[in-house]
Design a protein around this ligand. Structure first.
Ligand SMILES: [Ca+2]
Ligand SMILES: [Ca+2]
Ligand SMILES: [Ca+2]
Length: 441
């Protein structure tokens, strides 16, 4: 029996390195987007949603010039832009640094948008002990009011990111200290504008996440700039096994999925084009798609999320489809087995311990061929009726055994095949295949 440990599951892909550089286009500077990546956990602990929520003002602000206001020594040192009327004009794709001198203080910036672009703003505090938040306002010039159109209010140690599909006009950005101040380490502010973006924008943070409820979904979107993040919210009414897959066919962009609990604690990341499964207690969670290194505006990714209703304990194989003119459930003198060429598709159905089909379950199939004792594994997902079809390329056989058929002699190997689901071994009605090598007269 092929040990299940050899069925290396494509779950929990880890990324090494501590900091990731967000690249702007070649003509613009890059800067550190401070993120730590850990592999996706198998099972998450339940958390009590923080009872203390930030009391963040979402009110509009009147843009009344404060004529009587005079600059202080502090303003001279750390900037006088502590109110909207003193906002500093900033340009897209340019790093701006600033300081907050005391808790509760704000620094104001403004930028203009000339067309219906998506405006993205990123802010990182200079140290992890301060908690600064970010908000975006649109200037309503008819009544000189700043209307809040977006915000990002994560906790200390996390950067803030927001986006807004803008109409032409002037936009004001505030960086506000929720907790602490730091006159040694500046915060970093960066904005960019996108002329093309997906239909779910803006969705760059948990407050603007697309709410998917409790049902499976498939979402095709794109990453339109280096900072773009696409957030989804899911809600589980009971503990569930969640299947995650982020398909990205692009040769130029490299994406990643990160799972967050309701308190914005990371439950780990999953690389693109790999299957992930995580057991989550009842509650709300966030799924964040991002581009840690490079992105491809023109090639959409597909995020698929569904829920497995029970653990798979057994599979029944219906057919092994093969290339090279090899097929059928045949007896070459060592019992009836499926014949296999180079490219095969293993078709079957998965069941739980009570014999019910398992929908949306992960099935891993592994074979060990004679040539170099190579082990090949592939993962597939069952459909709503529990059926799966898993293609795999197992390569050539060496022809260890022979069988004299009426017209020719068939040479083949007997190779092991085994099944798993997540980290569990799964019973199967087959354990070996005839791996066809060649035939001769
Ligand atoms: Ca914050
Ligand atoms: Ca996007
Ligand atoms: Ca987005």
């Amino acid at each position: 029996m092929l040990a299940i440990t050899t069925l290396a599951l494509s779950i929990g892909i880890s990324i090494s390195g501590s900091a990731v550089y967000a690249q702007s286009s070649s003509s613009t500077p890059s800067f550190v987007k401070p993120q730590q990546f850990q592999p996706l956990v198998d099972t998450a602990q339940s958390v009590t949603e923080s009872s203390v929520k930030k009391d963040v003002s979402t009110e509009d602000i009147s843009l009344t010039p404060q004529a009587s206001r005079s600059l202080t020594a502090t303003d001279d040192t750390y900037g006088g832009n502590t109110s909207p009327d003193q906002a500093i004009t900033i340009s897209s794709n340019t790093i701006t640094e600033g300081y907050i001198a005391q808790q509760g203080e704000s620094r104001w910036y403004k930028t203009s948008v000339s067309s219906n672009f998506k405006l993205t703003a990123y802010m990182a505090a200079g140290s992890t002990s301060t908690d600064y938040d970010l908000a975006l306002y649109r200037l309503n010039s008819t009544n000189s009011t700043l209307e809040q159109v977006s915000l990002s209010t994560k906790g200390a140690g996390q950067y803030e990111l927001l986006s807004y599909v803008a109409t032409p006009g002037t936009y004001y950005i505030s960086v506000t200290s929720y907790q602490g101040a730091d006159t040694n380490n500046p915060f970093t502010l960066f904005t960019t504008q996108s002329d093309s973006y997906d239909q779910n924008e803006p969705d760059d943070n948990p407050w603007f996440a697309k709410d998917r409820g409790s049902v499976p979904f498939i979402s095709q979107q794109n990453i339109d700039n280096a900072l773009d993040e696409d957030w989804n919210k899911i809600t589980l009414n009971a503990q569930s096994k969640v299947n995650l897959r982020l398909n990205n066919p692009s040769a130029n962009g490299t994406y990643m999925l990160q799972v967050w609990n309701a308190n914005l604690q990371s439950l780990g990341t999953l690389n693109q084009n790999a299957d992930g499964q995580i057991v989550l207690p009842a509650g709300s969670y966030y799924l964040q798609v991002m581009a840690p290194s490079n992105f491809d505006l023109s090639t959409p990714y597909t995020l698929s999320v569904n829920y497995q209703n029970a653990a798979i304990t057994r599979v029944a194989i219906n057919e092994v489809v093969s290339d090279r003119g090899v097929q059928g459930f045949t007896d070459y003198g060592y019992g009836k087995k499926w014949r296999a060429g180079y490219n095969i598709t293993v078709k079957g159905r998965a069941f739980d311990a009570t014999g019910n089909p398992v929908a949306n379950g992960l099935v891993t199939v592994g074979v060990k061929v004679q040539l170099n004792n190579k082990i090949i594994t592939e993962v597939g997902t069952t459909d709503s009726m529990g059926y799966f079809a898993i293609p795999m390329n197992i390569g050539p056989a060496i022809g260890q055994y022979s069988f004299s058929a009426p017209a020719s002699t068939h040479y083949f190997d007997i190779i092991q095949i085994a099944f798993g689901s997540g980290t569990n071994t799964v019973q199967s009605d087959i354990s070996s295949l005839y791996h066809f090598a060649y035939s001769s007269r």
